[in-house]
Design a binder for this molecule. Sequence first.
Ligand SMILES: NC(=O)c1ccc[n+]([C@@H]2O[C@H](COP(=O)([O-])OP(=O)(O)OC[C@H]3O[C@@H](n4cnc5c(N)ncnc54)[C@H](O)[C@@H]3O)[C@@H](O)[C@H]2O)c1
Length: 437
Amino acid sequence: MQIAVFGLGYVGAVTAACFAVDGHCVIGVDTDTYKVQRIMEGQSPIVERDLEDYIRRAREAGRLVATTCAEEAVAQSDIALICVGTPSRRNGSPNLEFVERVCHQIGAALAEREKPYTVVVRSTVLPGTCEQLVIPALEKASGKRHGEGFHVCMNPEFLREGTAIHDFYHPPLTVIGSQSAEAADRVAELYANIPAEYVKTDLRTAEMVKYANNAFHALKITFANEIGAWCKREGVDSHVVMRLLTMDTKLNISPAYLTPGFAFGGSCLPKDLRALVYRTHQHDLTLPTLESILVSNRLQIERTVDLITQLGKKRVGVVGLAFKAGTDDLRESPVVTLCGYLIGKGLALRIYDSNVSLAAIYGSNRAYIEREIPHIHTLMCDSLQQLIDESEVVVLANHEERVTQHAHRFRADQTVIDLARCISPEAIRGRYLGLYW
Ligand SMILES: NC(=O)c1ccc[n+]([C@@H]2O[C@H](COP(=O)([O-])OP(=O)(O)OC[C@H]3O[C@@H](n4cnc5c(N)ncnc54)[C@H](O)[C@@H]3O)[C@@H](O)[C@H]2O)c1
């Protein structure tokens, strides 16, 4: 393919060199004449392992050139990869002036072009940037409409400095967001030789996933460091602890616990986090990430209360009371806390949980629920149907199998709030509100 790469920094220089070595014809563009000159001399504009060798090979093969002229680059290509910087402003917002300028330059160069063109954003940009900035800027400068004269795709970059070339050839996956499946597939052809799963999605999801990834990476490092700080105070080797932690690929290094939904609870997680925070305070340690987990968890409950009360309805039914489906353990169930809040707001509450029979629960479980909701027995329904009949709003708090089977029983005048992604909106006649979807 004939590719133009805008921005020859850490991402752009690696991308340009690797695609050129792979047999594509690449024209790199940068406003920085030093970077352009370095590439034309077969040298790397940045320090990155093996990059100079790749640039030299690409130059010798006659498949890589660099220029400061955007118009020339667009004229000689069918696809542009935008790899310019999106640095932080003082208030934390990303500075998009480089992205915007490149879009104007590409757009202007597209004005007289007959052949279709594809613009791929590889820079990290916040969700909505392609739709609100990239596409309008290109449309304005080119006088063409998106989807007709040109297409925009979002293809987030996952490489790491220091191992960038290795990462380019071994990405965890290739994500391409677009409003056009054909445009996404055309971009995917660039990666035909790269052994990574290709995932086609929409523009916003592709923009978002990069932030989710980087937040997760930062969180992992901080988590390991905070556990490390605590380990040291306890005379425990943190590397041994983390090796054991990562050896658990069922619950730890796995998709487990990584689906957005309602707050956690139960008899272990809240209790053990409280003990951890108590102990680390005894050591005079401040571990903000670990300490904020319970705070964040409580906010999930408050956010759900807001979602329910904003509907302005009085009769609310909650399906699933235990801290998760398939158990009758009510201890520290976030649904019990939610019910407590709703009662406090004066709502007429009904509760149903097929696993919870008040007559059968005893011990600390019974003591807990009687302390939290003393008149619980007056709120419990005998059947899901009774709860549906008596509620204007039904809150699905956990995966109650009966709900999926009986979704058709919800009335058209009812609102269903799904905290656990139990049912699809199409399965019910009434209004559907998902917690985080
Ligand atoms: N560095 C990384 O490891 C990495 C990894 C993944 C994603 N990203 C993202 O990729 C983007 C680029 O990052 P980087 O580290 O390569 O940035 P960088 O600052 O190293 O390079 C950006 C380049 O763009 C050039 N540029 C600015 N305006 C231009 C214009 N109008 N035309 C042509 N070139 C122009 C600059 O001169 C510079 O050389 C950022 O959004 C970043 O968040 C970076």
